[in-house]
Ligand binder design. Sequence first.
Ligand code: CTP
Length: 477
Amino acid sequence: MLIHEVTNREVELPEILNTVGRVADDLGLEAYVVGGYVRDLILDRSSKDIDFVCVGSGIALAESVKKALGKKANLAVYKNFGTAAINFGDFELEFVGARKESYRSDSRKPIVENGTLADDQNRRDFTINALAICINADRFGELIDPFGGLEHLKQKLIKTPLEPDVTFSDDPLRIMRAIRFATQLQFDIDSDTFRGIVNQKDRIKIISQERITDELNKIILSKVPSYGFKLLFTCGLLETIFPQMQKLHGVRKVNGKAHKDNFYHTLQVLDNISIATDNLWLRWSAILHDIAKPATQRFNDKVGWTFHGHEDLGAKWVPRIFKKLKLPLNDKMKYVQKLVKLHLRPIALVNEEVTDSAIRRLLYETGEDIDDLMTLCRADITSKNPDKVRRYLANFKKVENKIKEVEERDHLRNFQPPISGETIIETFGIKPSRVVGEIKSAIKEAILDGEIKNQEEEAFQLMISLGKSYGLSPKSN
Ligand code: CTP
C-alpha cells in the first residue's frame, strides 16, 4: 500500500527522500525510512529527524548522499556504531544498515549482526515504531507494516511487536518509553503489553537515571501529564523511580475525618498548570509543591488534619530529589525550591484583609518569579465542589489585581534597597560592622511596611535618623 492511500490525505514527502532513494538505487541498495518519522507522518505531526535503514552499509549510503547534497550537508560517521548522520538545513538524517539484535540479561547493549528489513523491524519497541516506507524509485512510498502498526495508530494503541516480556526485558528503557508515548500521543497501552511492563519493571535498574529522567521529563511536558503518572503508579514503577511521589498516595481517616488524597490532588495541579505553561520547571514545582505533606501530617481533634511546615520541608527536600533524579543542580533547582517554599503565600492573602505591606513582602521575596508563583497558586485551587473553586478563583483575582497595583506603584520587582552598605559606611565614616547591617535592614523594613517610599532621598533621610539612634552623625567632607 502506498503512503498517501494509507493516510487518506495529500502527504507531501520531502524531496530529500527522493534524493536518498536515487542514491540508494545507484548503489544497488534497498532503502527505507523507518521508526518515529513514519509514525509521525501518519499522525500528521511534522518532524525533521529522519531515520534511514538500508540493507547493506548505512555509512556507505550516507557518504554518497553527502556527495549528492553538496556543501550544505555536514556528515558525521560513527564507525563503532556502524551509523552516520547528516545535518542538512533543518533536517537531521540518520543512516544505519538493517540489523538483527540479540540481548544478554545484564545489559541493554545488544549483540548486533547485519540483517534484513524484517530483522530490523522485529527488534523495534512498538508496532507503531516498526513501520517502514520504501524510498527506492520503483517502490517509492510503499508502506511495510508487518505488525499492524497502522491499525494500532488508528486504534490509538501501544503494543510491542514481539512477546512483551522479550521486548521489555531486552531493553527496559522501553517501559518508560511505552508510558511516555501513551502520554504524549494519548494512546492506550495494550493489556498484554501492560502485563509485560508489570512483569519486567524491576529490570529498570539496569537503565541509567539520566535516561529514565529524560523520559519522565517528556511525560511531564505532555498535554495531560497526569495520565503518565497514573500509568507509572499502576504498573508499580513510580515507587522505584520516585518514591516521594508514591507516598503522596492514600487517605487516612481519624474520627471520620479524611484529608484529600495528595497524589491525585498533585496530579490535578500538574494538569491545571500544564494548560497555562510549557515551562518544565514550573511544572516540576507543581509536582513538588506538596511533596512533604505526608511527612508533616498530623491530626488534631479541633481542626482535623494539618500539614504545618510542609512548604519549608518540601523546599528543603528539593535539592535531594533533584540530585537523585539527576535533574540540574543549578538556578532551575533554586527556582523550583523558591516556588515550593512560597506556594502558600498568595493563597493565605485570599483569606485575610490584604494589606499593602503583605503584598510588598511577597513581591520582595519572589522577585521576578511572582507571575510564575501566581500561576502555581491558581493551579493549586482544586476542589470537587465547583462553587468553591469559583469563589476561590474570584478572591484570588482580587489578590492578583492588588499585586499589580502595588507593583506598578512601588516598583518592587527585583527590589534592591536604595541605600547600600557602602553608602552607610561612607556617610558615617565607620568600619563595616553589625550596625551597618541593622540600618540597612531597618530601611528595607520601612519600605516594605510602607513607612517610606522606595526611593533614595527618603531612604537617605531615614538612614541619617537611624544613625542618630546609634550615636552616629554624618562625617563632614
Ligand atoms: N527504538 C527502539 N527501542 C528503543 C529506542 C528506539 O526500538 N529503546 C527504535 C524505535 O523504532 C524508534 C526508533 O528506534 O522509533 C528511533 O528512536 P528515537 O529517535 O529514540 O524515538 P522516536 O520514535 O523517533 O520518537 P521521539 O523522537 O519522540 O523520541
